[in-house]
Every structure is written in structure tokens, then in C-alpha cells.
Design a protein around this ligand. Structure first.
Ligand code: ZN
Length: 282
């Protein structure tokens, strides 16, 4: 059975294709370990059916009907007298989706969000409500990271013009690390105190941030961040350029006036005695 070929510990008993695909399967092993004590048991107590939703096949929804056995735990001192067998390669206990379907929905959620992910999923025969997709996103394992060494800190607008927090990024991985509720010295310095690995902090010219970093991470070197350097340089050049032409015009005006004034007081000379204008320009 190619569509679930990665589940080698299952035996497919029946496949029915209508508007959807229904696969009936059971575990291939005659025994199962107790989830409480780990003792392997072969004493079957009873059976029941558990239906899982799986990835669609050729555009059709897939229902995986598992024949589940209940076992007696063979260890007399175990707290669990009866347990249901589990399918760790297929799904988790008390979950109605297979692991790979959950992973597909989670990826759709990361790309599209809950509502749009559910709409696209419905068109592609993937089950899952917006709430389900958001829940899967929240359950996602966060990647483990190294303690930050070089960080950047700047304002974060919760509500523009009204309420600001603080955004802190790891400048070696170019990823955000944290968003603080505000930008006060106690809040920011407390964050730095918990992270003694920080060696360099890039910041704007805020005196509050400077004080917070000095208090919370006195070992760290504080540097001006490139964006604010470029921004300040850009603004200075613009001011200079805006002021420049006026000064040039004033200088030209003074020069022209100084050239004209002597002519007005200069005694009239014969054309032969008047100096050439090109010489005065020099
Ligand atoms: Zn047990």
C-alpha cells in the first residue's frame, strides 16, 4: 500500500474508495508494551475502533480506521491494569489526525495563518479548522538556540504614537529574540541581567537604553547601530545640501556686488585705459 508505505508496523486489512478513501488497518505485532511500566503484554482484553484522518490521496480525504486492542498489563504491581495499544509512528494518544497530517497543517498555518490555511486545506481535502491549525502552531517545538552574544535593541510599536515596547534581535543569526512590554530601564536592564553571555549591544542614541544596558550588562560594549548612523548621516547631508545653494547664492551676490561697486565710483576712463573684465575676474 503505497500511500502509507512508511508505516511498516501496520497490516492493511481493507481499502474502500468512494468519495473518500477508507483504510482499515491493525498493528502487525502480537504484543504491546504497557505505557506505564513498559512491560510487554500479549494478553488481549478487548478491541475497539479508532478513526484517524490522514493526508488526502489523489484529492480524496483519507480515513484510517485502526483496529485497536486493549491489553492486560502483566506486571502485578503496575498501576495500569488495562491499557490500549499505541501507534507511536502514526499518531499520538487521543489525537484524531496522523502525525504527517498534523505536520502538513502546521506548515500551512505557518505560511498562511489559521483562517487562510483552513480555506486552502478544505479545497485540497485536508481537514482542520482554523482553531486546529492555530493550536498546532502553538504546539510547534521552538528551535534550540545558542545564548546570544551580539544583540540589537530598538523601539517596538505596540500602538504607534501611544505605546512602545522593545524589540531585541540576535545580530549573528538575524532573528528576533524577544519583545519586551515597554522600554523602561527596569524592564530592559532585567532582561540583560538574565543573559550574561551578551558581549556587544547595538542601539540607537536613546539615553534610556544606554542606561538600561549599562545597568543590566555592564560587560557589554555599546555601539551605534548602522541604521541610525546612516539615518543621521542622511539627515545631516540633506540639511547641508538644503542650506548650500543659499550660501552659494549669497557668496555670488557679495562677489558680484563687490565687483560692481568700484565701477560706480571708478572715474570714467578712456576705453584704452579700462582694464579688461576677464582680468578682474581672475
Ligand atoms: Zn504496566
Amino acid at each position: 500500500m503505497t500511500i502509507i508505505s512508511d508505516l511498516s508496523d501496520l497490516i492493511i486489512e481493507q481499502v474502500t474508495v468512494t468519495t473518500f478513501v477508507m483504510i482499515t488497518a491493525r498493528a502487525s505485532s502480537p504484543t504491546a508494551p504497557c505505557p506505564c511500566c513498559g512491560t510487554v503484554s500479549k494478553c488481549v482484553h478487548s478491541h475497539y475502533q479508532r478513526t484517524l484522518r490522514d493526508l488526502p490521496a489523489s484529492g480524496r480525504p483519507v480515513h484510517l480506521v485502526m483496529q485497536v486492542r486493549r491489553f492486560f498489563c502483566e506486571k502485578s504491581t503496575c498501576q495500569r491494569k488495562i491499557f490500549a495499544e499505541r501507534f507511536p509512528s502514526l499518531t499520538l494518544p487521543r489525537v484524531k489526525f496522523t502525525k504527517r497530517l498534523q505536520e502538513a497543517l502546521r506548515e500551512m498555518g505557518f505560511e498562511l495563518g489559521g483562517e487562510a490555511g483552513a480555506r486552502l486545506g478544505k479545497k485540497l481535502s485536508y481537514p482542520g479548522s482554523p482553531d486546529t491549525i492555530l493550536r498546532l502552531i502553538k504546539q510547534a517545538q521552538l528551535p534550540t538556540t545558542q545564548p546570544p552574544r551580539v544583540v540589537g535593541i530598538d523601539d517596538w510599536s505596540w500602538k504607534r504614537g501611544l505605546r512602545y515596547g522593545t524589540l531585541i534581535c540576535d545580530l549573528e543569526t538575524n532573528r528576533p529574540i524577544d519583545v519586551l512590554a515597554d522600554r523602561s530601564v527596569p524592564t530592559v536592564s532585567a532582561w540583560f541581567e538574565e543573559r550574561p553571555s551578551i558581549e556587544i549591544v547595538s542601539r540607537d542614541r536613546s539615553s534610556e537604553y544606554a542606561a538600561a544596558i549599562s545597568k543590566g550588562a555592564p560587560q557589554a560594549l555599546q555601539v551605534a547601530d548602522l541604521w541610525h548612523i546612516v539615518k543621521n548621516l542622511s539627515e545631516s547631508v540633506q540639511i547641508l545640501l538644503a542650506r548650500g545653494p543659499a550660501e552659494i547664492r549669497r557668496n555670488l551676490q557679495v562677489q558680484i556686488t563687490s565687483e560692481q561697486e568700484p565701477e560706480e565710483t571708478e572715474p570714467v576712463l578712456d576705453e584704452e585705459r579700462r582694464p579688461a573684465r576677464s582680468l578682474s575676474v581672475k
